[in-house]
Every structure is written in C-alpha cells, then in structure tokens.
Design a binder for this molecule. Sequence first.
Ligand code: URA
Length: 242
Amino acid sequence: MRLDKFLVDCGVGSRTEVKQVLKQKKIQVNGKVETSAKVHIDPDTDQVTYLGEKLLHEEFVYYLLNKPKGVISATEDDHHQTVLDLLDDTARHKEVFPVGRLDIDTHGLLLLTNNGKLAHAMLSPKKHVDKLYRAQVAGIMTQEDVDRFKEGIVLKDFTTLPAELEILEVDQEANSCLVQIRIAEGKFHQVKRMVAACGKEVTDLERISMGPLNLNPSLELGEWRRLTVEEIGLLTDFRVNL
Ligand code: URA
C-alpha cells in the first residue's frame, strides 16, 4: 500500500496534509525518516511512526451520530450545517458519508462510514434492514391503523412492506399520541407518509435503531461515538448474512 494512503487511513490528515507531514520529516518507516508519499509499505509488517507514535492501520471507520434537527444528511451543503460538520477531522479525512438519510427535521441514529460495501448492503432495497422510529403524532392512531401497517400501506407511488405500529401513549385531551414504528425500507419521507395515509401527522420523528445498532440514551443530540469492536463485528456478520 502507498504510504500516503496508509497515513490517510490512520487519520494523520488528508492526502494534501499528509504530503506536508512527510515533507516536514515527521514520519518514520522502520526507524528511518521517509518523505516520499509514493513509497509502498506493508501495513502488517512495517512499523510506521508519526512524531514517534506508532500508527495502527484502520481502513474503515464507523461513526454513530445522534443527529439533531436542522442538520442535513449530506457531506456538503452551501446553506445548512451537515452531519459531517459535527464529526471530527478523522471522519473528514477518511471521507465518511451517511448510510441513508434522515430528513432535516428528523433526529436520532445515523450511521456514517467510509465502508462503501457495507453501506451498499445496508441500503439495498432487497435487504430489508429494519429501522425503528419513535414518532409524536397529531391525532390518535388506532387499532385499525396498526392493522393497516401490518398489511402494508398503499402510498401514491408504491405499497410499503408490512410494518409494525405500536401505540405507546395516548393523550386524548391534546389529541395526540406517541408511537413506535418499525419499517424494513427507507423510502423518501416514508414514516411521515405512512402516518399521513392514516389521516394523522408526524410532529416529531426520532430514529432509535437501524439493523443491529441502537441509539444509547446517554448520547446527546449532536454527539457521536465510534462503533465498538462488537458492533462492527455485528455489522460485518450482518452484511455477510444479508
Ligand atoms: N421517514 C421519514 O418520514 N423521515 C425520515 O427522516 C426517516 C424516515
């Protein structure tokens, strides 16, 4: 592998920054200063250090973000803050991107990675990766709505796969309810459209899980964490089994 790719993978900087770091003689390979970006190294056997610190090679990174409202699920945008703006420099150097989208006014779990194959598997319409949402709804959802969700809801352009609707709390006075919705697809505005098809309106939407990943309550809005080794293992198994 080229040394510059290795250094980018290790989070030292972007390709351009890494070139500078090399010029500044901050990198050593097997105890000798190396200044060429093009030189090839073996990540398994060569020892590479940055300012004396041994670098561990990590090609793929995985971030779980609790996306706040008002932030868009994109890597760049001229008008709005993006989810990438909320992560660290490593995420930007390693060019992570969101695995699917949440609407600008939806909050909750968003996975970001630079592992394209995994993202592709998780997003493939054929794979039916479950997503769990909690929605505050204007209007009161009923057993009839639960049954409609179970059958699949006919929308203008497609019929959804069977979905689960669980009514968690009902506030008769306010004419509103809190529900949990599990869907196996991720079409544009899908949850809002399914609820609208039942004559009610989503007023707040939070995603709380996606496949084997769960949003932990301790992760505040706008905060992120790297996936644990166990979670990465689950995702990898998951991809293999998809
Ligand atoms: N369904 C929606 O309507 N919006 C989202 O952001 C996610 C699912």
